[in-house]
Design a protein around this ligand. Structure first.
Ligand SMILES: [Zn+2]
Length: 129
């Protein structure tokens, strides 16, 4: 019977993320549903003091199947190798996927959500989603 609270927690997290990003929940759900073993690969999970403090991952481009972007997210910031982030300095969809993946790893390993209010960099950058 762990399924239900888990789903509830994930749903709440996604709603919260949409609110913080000032975007529609549908857009966040699209990104969430894009995540699969074919499109997202977790390269590194960084843990410290009994919590997940960040993840590094590769996200496949939606436009070009052979292109992967390398993204890292953590409490102090996020980086991505896509143009939107490297040139435009924007918070791109890969970074958003990174946050979702980070949260999922944290939920599965420690049963707790990441605290989005601690991601102050999320409020600063221009969003590209
Ligand atoms: Zn990106």
């Amino acid at each position: 019977m762990r399924q239900q609270p888990f789903d509830f927690q994930v749903k709440n997290f996604l709603l919260n993320l949409a609110r913080i990003l000032g975007t529609r929940i549908e857009k966040i759900l699209d990104l969430y549903l894009y995540v699969s073993p074919d499109t997202v690969r977790i390269l590194e999970v960084v843990e410290k003091g009994g919590e997940v403090v960040g993840v590094r991952l590769a996200v496949r481009s939606t436009k070009r199947q052979d292109v992967w972007y390398y993204t890292s997210v953590g409490w102090y910031g996020a980086k991505c190798t896509c143009e939107g982030n490297t040139i435009g300095g924007k918070i791109c969809r890969h970074i958003i996927i990174g946050i979702m993946t980070w949260n999922m790893v944290s939920l599965l390993k420690y049963g707790k959500d990441i605290d989005l209010s601690k991601l102050t960099w999320l409020n600063i950058g221009e969003k590209e989603i």
